[in-house]
Write a protein that binds this ligand. Structure first.
Ligand SMILES: Cc1ncc(COP(=O)(O)O)c(C=O)c1O
Length: 453
C-alpha cells in the first residue's frame, strides 16, 4: 500500500518507501530490520541525533505541565528561556526572538517583519526583496516568491509577486566569459544594477543563504563577498536577511554561519531545522529588540500563527540548545567538518562522477558530473541524484538528494551528518558512500550513460 503522503510525490504504483520502526543516534531502522546510517540528518535536521533522553525528558516535563497555551493568553517559561538563550548565542542586534512552527514560517516572518518596520518608519514604497537564483527559502507563497527556482515559479508564479533575482555566486560552473575568481563579485555588480533599475526606494531587503542548502549544494563564498553584500545593503538602506534555516544552530562550526564573517552581520535571521533537531516543529526569526519595539509602539506585529511560541516546541528547542552546548557539538561540527571534507575529497578522487566537494563544517555537498574534465552534466533522464539516493538506501546510507531547477545549475547531493558524528561513524559513512558511488558507476556503464574507463 502506498503511503498517503508519498502518493502526492510519486506516480501510482511506485514502490513504497521503507517504513520507519525506530531510530537511535545517527541510525534508523525500518520495519524489516534494515539499518540506515543517516548521512544527511534527514533534510539537515537531526543535529543531535535520535533518541536523546535529556531532550525527550524535557519534552515530557513540558507535556505534563502544559502541552499548549496560546500566545494570545499566556507567556511561557519555555518561550522566555528559548529567547534568552538564542539572544546570547546570536549576539548584539539579533536579540529578539519570534518562534514559529518551521522554516517557511520563519522566513515569512522575516519578510513581513522587514516590511512592517519599513512601513512604521514611513518608507511605505519599500517592498521588493532581492534574492539569489537558484535559492530555496521555503514553500509557502511568500517564501517561494523569494526562492530562485524556475520550476516552482512556472507553476506558482501567477499566485505571488515573484521578486527580483540575482545570480548565485557559483564558482565550479561560471557563465561563458566569466572566471571563478571574478564571478562572485560580478554577481554583486548585477545585484547593484538591479537595485538601481528597480529603484532603491522600492527595495526592502536582500535575502541569502550564507551557506547554501540543497538549492546550491552547500555553496559558500569568501569574506569579501559577504562584506560587499553588507556594504551594498547599507548604501541603499536595505535590510540584510540571512536564511540560516539549514546553516544555523551550529551546523557549520559556528552557532550562525554569519559568525564566520563577523564584519558582515545580517539585520534579520531565520533559523529552524537543527534548532529543535526534529524533536518538535520549530523555527525562529531573530532581529533587533529596537526594531521589535518600533513595531510594537506602532500597534504591534501584524503576523502570527496558532503555533507561534508554543510551549512544547520551545521546550524542545531549549533542551536541544542545552545538549548542543553540553556535548560540545558546535566545536565537533568544526573539527569533524574538516575530517568530512577530507573524506569527501578522497571519495571524489576515487570516483569518476564526483566533480566537486564544497560546503562548511558539516553542511557539505558533492556535485555529480558525467565527465570530470568537461564538467558535463548527465542527461536529465539519468536522474543522477535520485539514482544515487536510491543506491545509497540499498547500501544502508541516507543522503539528501533532489534535483533543483531542472538541474540547469548542476546536480548534487547533500552530505550533512548529525553534529554528534565521530571518527568511527565517519569511517562508515565514507566506506558506504564510496561503495554506493561504485555501484552507481557500474550501473551507468551497464546502461551506456558512462563510457568505460
Ligand atoms: C534554506 C532553507 N530555507 C527555508 C526552508 C524551509 O523550511 P521548512 O521546510 O521547515 O518550511 C528550508 C527547508 O529545506 C531551507 O533549506
Amino acid at each position: 500500500m502506498t503511503n498517503p503522503v508519498q502518493s502526492f510525490y510519486f506516480p501510482p504504483g511506485s514502490p513504497p518507501l521503507p517504513r520507519i520502526a525506530r531510530a537511535d543516534g545517527p541510525y534508523l531502522w525500518d520495519t524489516d530490520g534494515r539499518r540506515y546510517l543517516d548521512a544527511a540528518s534527514g533534510p539537515v535536521v537531526t543535529n543531535i541525533g535520535h533518541g536523546n533522553t535529556r531532550v525527550i525528558d524535557a519534552m515530557k516535563r513540558q507535556l505534563d505541565a502544559c502541552a499548549f497555551a496560546s500566545r494570545t493568553a499566556f507567556i511561557s517559561d519555555a518561550n522566555a528561556e528559548l529567547a534568552e538563550k538564542l539572544a546570547a548565542l546570536c549576539g548584539p542586534g539579533l536579540d529578539a526572538c519570534f518562534p514559529t512552527a518551521g522554516g517557511s514560517e520563519a522566513i515569512e516572518t522575516c519578510l513581513k517583519f522587514a516590511r512592517q518596520v519599513a512601513v512604521t518608519r514611513g518608507e511605505t514604497g519599500r517592498w521588493k526583496v532581492l534574492a539569489r537564483n537558484p535559492s530555496y527559502h521555503g514553500s509557502t507563497l511568500g517564501a517561494l516568491s523569494v526562492t530562485g527556482d524556475d520550476e516552482a515559479e512556472a507553476v506558482f508564479g501567477p499566485m505571488m509577486a515573484p521578486m527580483p533575482k540575482f545570480p548565485a555566486p557559483f564558482t565550479y560552473r561560471v557563465p561563458d566569459g566569466e572566471t571563478a575568481e571574478a564571478w562572485p563579485d560580478r554577481t554583486l555588480d548585477i545585484l547593484e544594477q538591479q537595485i538601481l533599475s528597480e529603484g532603491p526606494d522600492t527595495c526592502l531587503a536582500v535575502i541569502v543563504e550564507p551557506v547554501g542548502g540543497l538549492a546550491t549544494g552547500a555553496l559558500v563564498s569568501d569574506g569579501a563577498y559577504y562584506r560587499r553584500l553588507r556594504a551594498l545593503c547599507d548604501r541603499y538602506g536595505l535590510f540584510l536577511i540571512f536564511d540560516e534555516i539549514m546553516s544555523g544552530a551550529g551546523r557549520t562550526g559556528r552557532f550562525l554561519a554569519a559568525d564566520h564573517w563577523s564584519d558582515a552581520r545580517p539585520d534579520i535571521v531565520g533559523l529552524a531545522k537543527g534548532l529543535s533537531a526534529g524533536y518538535a516543529p520549530l523555527g525562529v526569526m531573530m532581529a533587533s529588540r529596537s526594531m521589535v519595539e518600533e513595531i510594537a509602539a506602532s500597534g504591534g506585529f501584524l503576523h502570527g500563527h496558532t503555533y507561534v511560541a508554543n510551549p512544547l516546541s520551545c521546550a524542545a528547542g531549549v533542551a536541544v540548545l542545552d545538549e548542543t552546548r553540553r556535548l560540545g557539538l558546535i566545536e565537533n561540527a568544526a573539527r569533524m567538518g574538516d575530517a568530512l571534507t577530507a573524506a569527501l575529497e578522497r571519495v571524489a578522487a576515487s570516483s569518476p562522477i564526483v566533480g566537486n566537494v564544497r560546503g562548511k563544517g558539516l553542511l557539505m555537498a558533492i556535485e555529480l558530473v558525467a565527465d570530470k574534465a568537461t564538467k558535463a552534466l548527465f542527461p536529465l533522464e539519468v536522474d543522477i541524484t535520485r539514482r544515487l539516493g536510491r543506491a545509497a538506501m540499498q547500501n544502508g546510507l541516507i543522503v539528501y538528494a533532489r534535483r533543483t531547477s531542472r538541474g540547469v545549475f548542476g546536480e548534487w547531493v547533500m552530505i550533512s551528518p548529525p553534529l554528534t558524528i565521530d571518527e568511527t561513524v565517519l569511517g562508515e559513512l565514507e566506506t558506504r558512500l564510496a561503495d554506493t558511488l561504485r555501484a552507481v558507476v557500474s550501473d551507468l556503464h551497464s546502461d551506456g550513460h558512462l563510457a568505460a574507463a
